[in-house]
Design a protein around this ligand. Structure first.
Ligand code: DON
Length: 352
């Protein structure tokens, strides 16, 4: 049993695919970056971290423990839709918590920024992603009554899934997978072994779903919300898919490969803000301190990150650290982003 099934404990999750997507845009600081420079940055990070063995696959979802921990792939997508890659960018892993970003984005797209802020909140909890104590201890924002929680921890994410409208579970699912497909630029499918494995072992999320109904965050049918949440976490993605999804957020909601406007540009900053504050859970501050990039991790080993208006990055590598974030993905993404001047807070420090 993985320690993530126990409250107030920390453990290294593990699993390894490194997918890194980086989308350079036609802004002055990145116009100087040639495709060769982007490829060189990707190749250098791949070579530097290929042999890194730190971390451990997640095993509280049994299927994740079986994923090859050596899986390591990087993909970089530029504004012109070109994809720069290193390693394995074809093997799919489950998207896991990265899906929380896109379901939250879909709710924001359909119901507005207020809907997520008022029902779930947009504040970091400072707790683990599946903390029940964080639900019990949630404070409300003075004046608005909005909870101090967010849609990237499990309680908020299950609640966000419950907010997707539709007359039936199938109708809701069609919208969830449709949004993910549009962001990735291809039809994605659920990894059935992961879905079954997580469905058989998600008693903790069921407890969270019931609790969220009890507190009014979920309005009805928490069982459906937990099931659809489990399904969205089991969507299969490769490094390139994640890169394009990151790029869609980097370029104002427009998929840089297909050109499809997936969400309104003026709604994207809200999504990125929650990623910045809570995307890597209780390690979000540390990540932001070193990269400045809004990001989101998943226990399948993927991480996406976004340099708004400049590029999107996604990395997959299954072995995880104690906070549940891929070790190699964090290192490789930081390396590449910093090589390409990706930190938005460092705009005045860039020489290129
Ligand atoms: O609900 C869960 O526990 C998983 N489906 C997702 C957790 C996850 O990916 C946390 N991310 N780092």
């Amino acid at each position: 049993m993985h320690r993530f099934n126990q409250p107030a404990t920390r453990v290294a999750l593990g699993a390894g695919v490194l997918a890194l997507a980086l989308v350079a845009q036609s802004v002055p600081s990145l116009q100087a970056q040639s495709g060769a420079n982007v490829q060189a940055a990707v190749d250098a990070a791949y070579a530097k971290f290929k042999g890194l063995k730190e971390g451990k696959n997640a095993d509280y979802i049994p299927a994740l423990a079986k994923v090859d921990p050596n899986l390591f792939g990087i993909a970089v997508v530029t504004a012109d839709g070109k994809v720069y890659t290193a390693g394995d960018i074809k093997t799919e892993v489950s998207i896991q918590s990265i899906s929380k970003v896109f379901t939250m984005a879909q709710v924001i797209q359909e119901q507005g920024l207020d809907a997520i802020e008022k029902r779930i909140g947009v504040d970091a909890t400072g707790a683990r992603f599946n903390s029940i104590i964080a639900v019990e201890g949630v404070k409300v924002v003075a004046g608005t009554g909005a909870p101090e929680m967010n849609a990237l921890v499990n309680p908020g994410a299950i609640s966000a899934t419950s907010m997707v409208t539709g007359g039936s579970a199938d109708a809701v699912w069609a919208k969830i997978i449709g949004f993910h497909n549009d962001a990735a630029g291809r039809p994605l499918t659920v990894l059935q072994d992961v879905y079954k494995s997580e469905s058989d072992s998600n008693q903790r999320n069921q407890a969270i779903g019931a609790l969220m109904l009890a507190y009014g965050y979920i309005k009805d049918n928490w069982q459906q919300a937990v099931d659809l949440y489990t399904r969205q976490c089991s969507i299969g993605v490769n490094a390139k898919d994640l890169a394009v999804m990151a790029g869609t957020l980097a370029f104002g909601g427009k998929n840089p490969v297909t050109g499809k406007q997936v969400m309104d540009a003026d709604k994207v900053p809200g999504v990125l803000a929650v990623m910045a504050t809570a995307g890597l859970y209780d390690d979000s501050g540390k990540w932001l301190y070193h990269t400045g990039l809004p990001a989101k991790s998943g226990v399948g080993g993927g991480i996406i990150a976004v340099s708004p208006g400049k590029f999107g990055i996604a990395v997959i590598s299954p072995p995880l650290d104690d906070a549940g974030n891929s070790v190699r993905a964090q290192k490789a993404m930081a390396e590449i982003s910093n090589a390409l001047g990706g930190n938005p807070y460092a705009a005045m420090a860039r020489k290129n």
